[in-house]
Design a protein. Structure first.
Length: 423
């Protein structure tokens, strides 16, 4: 079995779905698990629907659903020549159930409500892809990840119960390959022991591919994207990018930890544990080689990689009594950051201060000040940029720091990190 993951861009419209079918035709007769994301910007629209539902804004809630339903109906019209296909009824039932939520109480646990609604994007797209494959005479079958991937009750960030998930995939999913070559399922979603839907965090569809590969002992995983493979930098921020032909699991984990956006950070570990290679390939040029991520580290240092994070905010904390920053202070600081739900991109301490860098668009300075101002002097600097270079040299450092003020820097044997401010 091979696992293929198609993200939102690769199923964004009817032509994209047809292209997925074209790619799958290249693997005729092979056993394929196909993991799909929601179509285009559907997840964002569903998040708006959750907010309208929370605010009991019936008009906005209704309009948003109508827009989303119309978006998918246009795709259906381009994929299916007549309306007799059961996929029309399937989608109608999903949207009718969604519309009824405005007449029911909103859960006290907003994250619970979020997962029940936002997960529908993947459910809808997987139904459409499956229906089209069957209409095109593929041996395909729809499978519900909400009955296969078991998580805890931490809604929006479900933690996978690997033992139970493996048992479910082996007993309920893998036997379906005896009658179908292609099993289509949803990325990003799971379920609790009680049967409620959970999600695995944004961009969790890559993770789902890793889960099914691990639990199904897959031959390989391929993530199909709109890039030729894993690049050494984001082309939005960096000219003359280079494709990484082959890197190790270790290097991929390092890059994802520092913020590389091609691979979800949680995806790689289960594949590494079983030595399952991960391919990143282009759905535009599916026959091109792409990038392979595997065990060997021999190619890791051939090309330096650059990771850019814009709109960063640097906070510095100094105890008001000018005590040294020791373990007791650090424990207190991390507890307060946990309460603020802060996610740290970089941290550094001196004798009297502790500094952290966070995404400025994800946390307000007022939130941090509220948690820290009683015990600490807090200073912050907004609008910064974090640049991480793997396998750096002087030339690469000079290239990224040119015309920038270096606010903070860290270097190890393989990695250099700079917090920069434009001059």
């Amino acid at each position: 079995m091979k696992v293929f993951k198609f993200g939102g861009a690769s199923v964004k419209n009817a032509d994209a779905v047809k292209n997925v079918a074209s790619i799958l035709s290249l693997f005729e007769g092979q056993k394929l698990t196909v993991v799909v994301s929601a179509m285009g910007k559907t997840t964002n629209k569903l998040e708006e629907i959750v907010l309208a539902l929370k605010n009991r804004d019936r008009k906005t809630f209704t309009c948003l659903i109508e827009e989303l339903e119309l978006f998918h109906e246009y795709i259906l019209a381009d994929l299916f020549t007549e309306k007799h296909f059961s996929i029309y009824n399937t989608l109608e039932e999903i949207f009718e159930e969604l519309k009824e939520k405005i007449n029911k109480p909103f859960s006290e646990n907003e994250s619970f409500e979020y997962d029940q609604i936002v997960s529908l994007g993947e459910v809808i797209s997987s139904h459409i892809v499956t229906a089209f494959l069957i209409e095109q005479s593929f041996s395909a079958h729809w499978m519900d990840a909400r009955q296969l991937v078991r998580t805890d009750n931490n809604y929006q960030e479900g933690k996978v119960d690997w033992n139970k998930t493996e048992a479910l995939i082996q007993s309920k999913f893998m036997p379906e390959f005896s009658t179908s070559n292609i099993l289509v399922t949803q990325g990003f979603v799971g379920h609790t022991a009680e049967g409620f839907t959970t999600t695995l965090g944004r961009e969790g569809s890559d993770y789902t591919a890793g889960i099914f590969a691990f639990c199904g002992n897959a031959e390989s995983v391929t993530i199909w994207k709109d890039v030729p493979g894993m690049l050494n930098a984001d082309p939005k921020y960096f000219e003359d990018t280079i494709k990484l032909d082959k890197i190790s699991f270790k290097e991929a984990i390092e890059l994802s930890y520092y913020g590389a956006s091609v691979i979800h950070p949680k995806t790689i570990k289960p594949l590494q544990n079983k030595g399952i290679p991960l391919f990143v390939k282009s759905f535009i040029e599916p026959k091109a080689d792409g990038t392979v991520i595997q065990s060997s580290t021999s190619n890791d240092e051939l090309v330096p990689s650059f990771i850019f994070k814009k709109e960063q905010t640097l906070f510095s904390f100094t105890p008001k009594d000018f005590s040294f920053i020791v373990e007791e202070n650090l424990s207190d600081i991390f507890n307060r950051l946990s309460v603020a739900k802060a996610k740290i991109n970089l941290m550094q301490n001196s004798a009297l201060s502790f500094s952290i860098l966070m995404d400025g668009n994800k946390i307000y300075p007022s939130t941090i000040l509220e948690q820290f101002s009683e015990m600490y002097e807090v200073r912050y600097n907004e609008g910064l940029e974090l640049v991480t270079i793997r396998h750096y040299d002087d030339a690469t450092i000079n290239r990224v720091t040119k015309d920038k003020e270096i606010i903070l820097q860290q270097r190890t044997r393989y990695t250099a990190r700079f917090v920069l401010k434009s001059l």
